[in-house]
Design a protein around this ligand. Structure first.
Ligand SMILES: CC(C)(COP(=O)(O)OP(=O)(O)OC[C@H]1O[C@@H](n2cnc3c(N)ncnc32)[C@H](O)[C@@H]1OP(=O)(O)O)[C@@H](O)C(=O)NCCC(=O)NCCS
Length: 187
């Protein structure tokens, strides 16, 4: 699996639009009108200007399996927010977990960030996924998403550089030290 920078007018943007139209409950911004190429290009222009970084997530067989990235990047505090969406037809095959590893490698090892945070709406049970990826819950944010006539909280969570290093060491088979049962969440 690897990351490829998203560019304007790329055909993959239509796939992203199609997938986003299928999971409005999870999106930060959802609209009644379906997302089209013009919206996608406007989105690419916006994040390019603001310094955010978004990637197609691809398998080594060149299948675009999802997209994800980092926004709200702050190089002074060394923080950024991570986002991810996997093709709904390929959920539950382990691609999400692999994609998070790629994005965290980029964030901590290439960008040298110290804290990667996420906000996950409680409209779905997706938080369980992030917990399995090693993210640690900081608390609930009240009424962050209006969905189907009701307000939903979101989970705020993060991963710090030293926690990332521990997860990596554990995966590489040289983890010692921690004995709190969390190891099984991040195989
Ligand atoms: C959340 C999302 C990225 C997960 O991707 P995925 O490829 O289906 O996840 P994986 O197959 O890698 O799953 C990894 C683990 O998380 C668990 N998991 C994944 N999604 C889950 C969910 N919605 N509820 C409970 N557990 C979940 C899997 O069962 C698996 O557990 P295991 O390691 O014990 O077998 C994907 O469902 C998605 O793109 N959703 C829509 C967008 C979204 O919610 N993005 C996140 C918003 S912050």
């Amino acid at each position: 699996m690897f990351l490829e920078v998203i560019w304007e007018d790329s055909p993959g943007l239509l796939k992203i639009a199609e997938w986003r139209n299928q999971v409005p409950a999870s999106l930060r911004a959802h609209t009644e009108t379906p997302i089209r190429m013009e919206h996608q290009n406007a989105w690419v222009k916006r994040w390019t200007r603001s310094g955010d970084e978004y990637f197609f997530i691809k398998t080594f067989l060149q299948e675009t399996i999802g997209y994800g990235g980092l926004d709200k990047i702050c190089n002074i505090n060394k923080t950024a927010e991570l986002s991810l969406l996997i093709n709904p037809e390929r959920h539950g095959e382990g691609f999400g977990k692999q994609a998070v590893r790629c994005l965290l490698t980029y964030a901590f090892e290439f960008m040298e960030l110290n804290c990667v945070f996420i906000e996950v709406y409680r409209t779905t049970d997706a938080w369980i996924f992030w917990e399995k990826c090693g993210f640690i819950q900081e608390g609930d944010l009240k009424a962050r998403k209006f969905w189907n006539g009701a307000y939903y909280d979101s989970v705020a969570a993060c991963l710090l550089r030293n926690e990332y290093e521990q997860l990596k060491a554990f995966r590489n088979g040289c983890f010692e030290g921690r004995n709190d049962g969390k190891e099984k969440m991040v195989d």
